[in-house]
Design a protein around this ligand. Structure first.
Ligand code: PMP
Length: 353
């Protein structure tokens, strides 16, 4: 730390991203990326000519991308904000709307706490129930920003939209942020509520179901006043927040919707198969609507299992929080990758027997 850092940041604990190893080729099941490439039309859009155009700034209004998203999801471009990954819109939301504090589950996306810290926002962490579900009643009438990932991470579990509606109704003067990063893998979206609740902000990403994690593209839906607030923050920090190539690939991605629906269905099929296999090996597996499974076994400590898999070339995500340290979060890869995982788990769990 240099002596120039503002005092308020000196004790900040930054977010720790999942490992992105460069030392060897792993079966990478640790950061919820898609195992599939983007649609062929997206790959083909990346021409030398497009790279040459990088001498020009990108469109700060992201007009074409917003129009396409509006068409696909049946909203107006004024209901949409686009961002450099959904992390950026989450960052802006905490910056803009966290004035009265923020409430979110104790076990959820780790970045919520980091953003709260970054902006000096009082964070109320509400315990998940013993079965890791969210009791929506604990989020009603909070009078502060409420943030819920639906499906939640790293559990993969969902909360019904009818319960989110109750949270919205009972917090009319606070923003309710629903993070739908994983909604395309079987979750229920609260998009239909956008027209009825002016306190709802939903965030989404191209990183998971749209096979574009490295492109860094996220978006949000809300009523136009909330979107205007986010735009104000964006134009006060980085107007060209999305590079030209990513904007182009994003547009092509929206045009290739059927390819991605097929891949999401494939992931769901592989998820069901993997869950069954893990249960067959004695794992407890939480019911997941996301592109990952959260699972634990009594046969081995969670951290040890993570290390043994890594030694054998498979990366999963382990968290040290005592409440979940027995678990590992396993991204759903291809069927072939999951078959290797299951074979390796058998070896690891039974090698000493
Ligand atoms: N929300 C949740 C719940 C996540 O797990 C992630 C992925 N780390 C994100 C948001 C951010 O993803 P991205 O910035 O790649 O859109």
């Amino acid at each position: 730390m240099s002596r120039f850092l503002k005092e308020q940041y000196q004790s900040l604990e930054a977010y720790t991203p999942g490992e992105q190893p460069r030392d060897m080729q792993y079966i990478k099941l640790n950061t919820n990326e898609s195992p599939y490439p983007p649609a062929p039309s997206v790959v083909e859009a990346m021409t030398g000519e497009q790279v040459e155009l990088l001498r020009l700034y990108s469109d700060p209004t992201a007009k074409h991308l917003k129009e396409r998203l509006a068409g696909l999801y049946g909203v107006e471009p004024e209901n949409i904000f686009v961002s450099n990954g959904s992390d950026e819109v989450l960052n802006f939301a905490f910056m803009a709307f966290g004035g009265n504090g923020a409430a979110f589950p104790d076990i959820s996306y780790g970045f919520y706490e980091v953003y709260a810290d970054l902006y000096g926002i009082q964070a109320e962490k509400i315990l998940l129930e013993a079965d890791f579900s969210i009791d929506y009643r604990k989020y009603c009438g909070k009078n502060k920003m409420v943030v819920i990932a639906n499906p939640n991470a790293p559990t993969g579990m969902t909360i019904p939209v009818s319960q989110i509606e109750e949270i919205l109704k009972t917090n009319p003067n606070s923003l309710v942020l629903i993070d739908e990063a994983y909604v395309d893998f079987g979750g229920e979206s609260c998009l239909p509520l956008i027209a009825r609740y002016d306190n709802l902000l939903m965030t989404r990403t191209f990183s998971k179901s749209r096979c574009l994690a490295g492109g860094r593209l996220g978006y949000a839906f809300a009523n136009p006043a909330i979107i205007a607030d986010l735009e104000k923050i964006k134009y006060s920090t980085n107007p060209y927040n999305i590079n030209r190539l990513t904007l182009l690939l994003g547009e092509k991605t929206v045009d290739a919707e059927s390819y991605y629906l097929e891949k999401c269905a494939e992931i769901q099929k592989t998820r069901a198969w993997t869950a069954e296999q893990l249960e067959g090996l004695g794992f407890t597996v939480l019911p997941s609507s996301a592109n990952f499974l959260f699972a634990k076994t009594d046969k081995m400590d969670g951290g040890e299992l993570y290390r043994k898999l890594k030694e054998r070339g498979i990366l999963v995500r382990h968290f040290t929080n005592p409440r979940i340290c027995q678990f590992n979060r396993i991204t759903i890869g291809t069927m072939e990758q999951m078959a290797v995982l299951v074979g390796t788990l058998k070896e690891v769990l039974y090698e000493n027997v």
